[in-house]
Ligand binder design. Structure first.
Ligand code: DCP
Ligand code: MG
Ligand code: MN
Length: 333
């Protein structure tokens, strides 16, 4: 789900980007992800432009802006208005609202809207929701609000302490936007492993047990698996009166997958996508488990999985791909 853009210092063309953002959000919340990405890139490009856009040439020469989008931008420059916005589906507001329910995508949102539901109250009273979506609806506002780094750090500490109580040799820390140094975080993403390659086994179950008995974990978004659960998605709340429910993701990984898991879980998702594409274009394949070489593809289909390369650190992955190393803070696009 893409939220409306907030004001951007140094954006000399906010009256343009605000209008395009309405369309970008609409496309992102329907199934037209391809077009949504085009708008997203164009908006970023306009935001980076050093001055107010004034001429057709300027509009048409913006990076990542094709002619059709350039025409829309030019229309806004000339008239202050975009006629396309007068024809946005009147159901779009409700779709945007419903896509904000964690666990709901464009398909669920469109189904609810087609059933005549318009508000969250409608959804609560008459909507058919999965168990995950019910939790998403219950914490609708809390989940859409990003938390401060400080709060994310406190959540990291609680999980880390529980892990170290199980085994002081475990590694446990926050990845995702927190590790990338972002000022706010949408959730907290904790990776857990053990350098001996074995002692991570069974840790997830014990970790969840500890965090549940203390009341820190309030809801599960993944179902409990028997045996080796690798990924947990849930909801937590720091102790205290005025704390909020926050999304928490935990992965427990074997140490031979450490580097690839760390790289994956740190993101950003855009960065991951471009790393994977680069690997693919070099006859390799990158996943959260491994970097494989000698992959054989026929069109888009993998005929041979290839063999995992020995990677110990994130930098090893960059090296194999012939890339200069980029630290977590430089992985936002
Ligand atoms: N990830 C990915 N592709 C996805 C979802 C996630 O590659 N579709 C990876 C990259 C993300 C990381 O997992 O950085 C954590 O996912 P989050 O959804 O928690 O995203 P971030 O932590 O980056 O941002 P936020 O602050 O919104 O949580
Ligand atoms: Mg995150
Ligand atoms: Mn996450």
């Amino acid at each position: 789900c893409t939220q409306a853009s907030t004001s951007n210092q140094g954006n000399h063309n906010q009256f343009i980007t605000d209008k395009l953002q309405v369309l970008a959000t609409a496309y992102a919340n329907t199934k037209d992800q391809w077009r949504a990405l085009g708008y997203k890139k164009a908006i970023a490009s306009i935001k980076n432009y050093h001055k107010k856009l004034e001429t057709w040439e300027e509009c048409n020469n913006l990076p990542f802006v094709g002619e059709r989008l350039a025409k829309k931008i030019w229309e806004i420059v000339q008239t202050g208005h975009l006629r396309r916005l007068d024809h946005v589906d009147p159901k779009q507001d409700a779709i945007n609202l419903f896509v904000g329910v964690w666990g709901a995508g464009p398909t669920a949102a469109e189904t609810w809207v087609s059933q005549g539901l318009k508000t969250l109250q409608d959804l609560k009273n008459h909507g058919k929701l999965t168990r995950q979506q019910q939790i998403g609806l219950k914490y609708y506002d809390e989940f859409l609000e990003r938390m401060s780094r400080e709060e994310a750090g406190k959540i990291e500490e609680v999980v880390k302490k529980a892990a170290l109580d199980i085994n002081p040799g475990l590694e446990a820390f926050a990845c995702g936007s927190f590790r990338r140094g972002k000022p706010t975080c949408g959730d907290v993403d904790i990776i857990v492993s053990h350098p001996d390659g074995k002692s991570h086994e069974g840790v997830m179950a014990r970790l969840l047990e500890i965090l549940k008995s203390s009341g820190f974990l309030t809801d599960d978004l993944t179902l409990a698996e028997n045996g080796m659960q690798r990924k947990y998605l849930g909801v937590c709340k720091l102790p205290g009166e005025n704390t909020k429910h926050r999304r928490l993701d935990i992965i427990v990984v074997p140490y031979n997958e450490w580097a690839c898991a760390l790289l994956y879980f740190t993101g950003s998702d855009y960065f991951n996508r471009s790393m994977r594409l680069l690997a693919k274009n070099n006859g390799m394949s990158l996943s959260e488990h491994s970097l494989n070489t000698g992959v054989i593809r026929k069109g888009n289909e993998k005929i041979f999985e290839g063999t995992p390369l020995p990677v110990c650190t994130e930098k090893d992955v960059f090296d194999y791909l012939g890339l200069e190393y980029r630290g977590p803070h430089e992985r936002d696009c």
